[in-house]
Design a protein. Structure first.
Length: 670
């Protein structure tokens, strides 16, 4: 066969395979058996092997290609990827409608769409060829995840029309695929994903496209970012156009003339959503006409022509089988409900935090009770109430034990606290939690030393306290499960590097009560060395800006303990730095961080950070975390299910960041 003949055949095969792929993955209407598809694919692969000069990046044979990447490249979005304002109830939706009417009058229509609970991505096509795909990132700059996106079969590599465009959509993992994935992970002893959205996000963040390829991801496209040479006048025309050139568009969209019609659409889907094979967390409402969208324009964060109606948390009843206890870093003992597994919003819930004994008493929760579990988006499930009607009489009231479930010491309730604490500093549970904190990102930042590794090291008796970390030997490390030559070296290097950290990281990492990341920085800046800090009296400490009586007392008491004195000396002899290394900066000089000197409010549930981690991250960068939103607030970081604080921030036109943006800004600033 000559090259011209090969090219002709290859092109024909590609067209045919693209069409079959489209029928299977976009239309869900295969026209040929799988075996026929495989046969043509094999034929194409063979021909491409014979004529490697004819291989193109968008050939259907190249969906899963290439070596794993070292890192994702940054991509600047030509048109920013905005997020949406939220409406949490009918009134807020009607307020949105009123604002629209005030600006453009009454002559307009809406388009309602399902709000797919996945990850926003942008796909760029040139001349109908897929050239790049990226994550949303902070809306302006995302990451190039082209090779992972190419593995998603419903993303066309070549469009039916040779257009230049940027298109936006949501990558998601179908519920069924999510359940199967977690089942496999559980069997293999791997960490489970909390929900389909996290699983989709985790898959797209993999540097090896083979992993994304194995994850059965899918996509719905819902908007055009940029398009050349096409006459499109409305959002609905845009959706039809996207569908006509080969994209997968969710079919359940509807044009609505009035806000009452919108409400009916919302109510209908609230009922029907559990029948879908993918998760939705609300309905998106958009003004249809593009001219009117332009007239309404956008705020810094989100368009005025669209909003997202968020569904309230789903509630499900299940049985509370038992109550388990865990001991945290500070010795606080937390009760957790062990539940009969139940699916809430598409994910299986087996445990739910009960917070403390008072809450158990207040809600009169007993073992054996039927309880209501609530979970919005990816928040940690909570027991909201007991269904008293279901009591049979055999339910057992619960009392917290007198002794620590890990070490057996007597538990105590400190003055004014609801929590019970184990005060034994040698309690294994506290030690491991303390070590995890010591290694965490805003403390000593020891990469690779997470919960699992710490627990293994502790259980194998390789470490008993912080100082032991600096005495670890490679031979012993390698005996641990999943610790090969490379990971042992990496871990030892990360530990070694941490010796050079500036003092504030060590101070925060030690876990002194009330000393958060920000206070640690203030203390380090003002004292410069740990010895200077240790020698200060309560009164002297209180002279330092923002160090109050409670913290001063806690610091003095901490450094008075003989075991702490010994620990500090040991760390020093092991080469751990105990001096402040940063320049002594004024607040204004700290302005290289976007959080520096800012009043920040955290609201809603974050999935990747605990509240205290998020607070520590802001404080470590010079920000001030406060609890209520006022005119003085500079920034609101809003997680899932954010309520009145978010609404207030929107009213006051305060800069709002979602969790992804927050994460991205931390990643950027280190
Ligand atoms: S439109 C400027 N439509 O919801 C408007 N978003 O903050 C951009 N989402 O980041 C979004 N389904 O990830 C739109 N049908 C839909 C959507 C949708 C899910 C996500 C998207 C966006 C977030 C809202």
């Amino acid at each position: 066969m000559n090259i011209q003949e090969a090219e002709k055949q290859i092109n024909q095969l590609r067209d045919q395979l693209n069409q079959y792929n489209y029928e299977y993955y976009v239309l869900d209407q295969p026209s040929v058996p799988d075996a026929e598809y495989d046969r043509l694919m094999q034929k194409l692969i063979k021909l491409e092997e014979q004529f490697p000069m004819l291989v193109t990046p968008n050939s259907p044979s190249q969906r899963v290609g290439g070596e794993p990447l070292d890192a994702f490249q940054k991509v600047e979005h030509t048109v920013p990827m905005l997020s949406l304002s939220n409406a949490f109830n009918e009134q807020e939706l009607r307020d949105f409608d009123r604002r629209v009417r005030d600006r453009i009058g009454d002559d307009f229509s809406y388009v309602c769409e399902l709000k797919i609970d996945g990850l926003a991505v942008s796909l760029s096509y040139e001349d109908g060829e897929f050239i790049q795909g990226s994550t949303r990132g902070d809306g302006m700059i995302g990451e190039d995840i082209t090779s992972n996106l190419k593995t998603i079969r419903s993303i066309p590599l070549t469009l039916k029309k040779r257009v230049n465009l940027d298109v936006r959509g949501e990558v998601f993992m179908p519920k069924q695929s999510f359940l199967q994935l977690n089942e496999i992970r559980e069997k293999q002893g791997e960490m489970l994903f909390a929900n389909p959205r996290n699983a989709a996000a985790g898959s797209l963040r993999q540097l090896d496209p083979k992993i994304a390829a194995s994850r059965n991801l899918d996509i719905f496209l819902y908007g055009i970012g940029l398009i050349e040479d096409e006459e499109i006048h409305s959002h609905s025309e845009g959706l039809e156009f996207l569908q006509s050139v080969g994209f997968k568009v969710n079919p359940e969209w509807k044009r609505c003339e009035t806000i009452d019609e919108v409400m009916t659409f919302i109510d209908g889907w609230f009922e029907k959503r559990s029948n879908l094979d993918y998760e939705i967390d609300g309905i998106v409402i958009k003004v249809d006409s593009l001219a009117q969208q332009l007239e309404l324009s956008t705020t810094a964060r989100s368009p005025r022509w669209a909003t997202a109606y968020k569904f309230p948390a789903e509630e499900v009843a299940t049985k509370l089988i038992d109550i388990d206890l865990s001991v945290g870093r500070t010795g606080v003992v937390t009760p957790t409900a062990i539940l009969e597994p139940v699916t809430v919003a598409g994910t299986t819930v087996r445990r739910a935090s009960l917070h403390n004994e008072d809450l158990i008493k207040e809600k009169d929760i007993r073992i054996g009770d039927t309880v209501i579990i609530r979970k919005a988006g990816d928040i940690i499930p909570e027991v909201t109430q007991v269904i008293f009607d279901r009591r049979t009489g055999i339910e057992q009231p619960y009392s917290m034990p007198d002794n620590c479930p890990t070490c057996g010491s007597v538990l105590e309730r400190l003055d004014g606290e609801v929590a019970l604490r184990c005060l034994n500093p040698k309690c294994p549970a506290q030690i491991t939690e303390g070590l995890i904190h010591f290694a965490s990102r805003d403390a000593m930042n020891i990469e690779g030393l997470g919960e699992k590794v710490v627990e293994q090291l502790f259980n194998e008796r390789l470490i008993h306290d912080i100082a032991d970390l600096y005495k670890l030997e490679k031979e012993k490390l390698m005996k641990l499960e999943r610790m090969g030559d490379k990971s042992s070296n990496n871990l030892l290097e990360a530990i070694e590097r941490s010796k050079e950290n500036s003092l504030e990281r060590l101070l925060f990492g030690l876990g002194i009560r009330f000393v958060g990341a920000k206070a640690a920085r203030t203390l380090a800046e003002s004292c410069l060395t740990i010895d200077a800090l240790i020698s200060k009296t309560r009164a002297e400490l209180q002279q330092i800006d923002e160090i109050g009586e409670k913290m001063a007392d806690s610091i003095v008491r901490y450094f008075e303990k003989p075991e702490v004195v010994a620990l500090i000396e040991e760390l020093r002899s092991l080469g751990v730095n105990m001096m402040y290394k940063g320049a002594v900066r004024t607040e204004a000089e700290q302005s290289d961080s976007i959080f520096a000197g800012k009043k920040v409010v955290l609201t809603g549930k974050l999935s990747k950070f605990t509240r205290s981690e998020a607070k520590a991250a802001v404080e470590a960068r010079g920000g001030n975390v406060t609890s209520s939103v006022s005119k003085k607030t500079d920034l609101v970081i809003a997680g899932e299910d954010a309520g009145s604080k978010l609404t207030r921030a929107m009213e006051l036109d305060i800069h709002i960041m979602n969790e992804d943006e927050f994460q991205a800004s931390l990643d950027e600033q280190g």
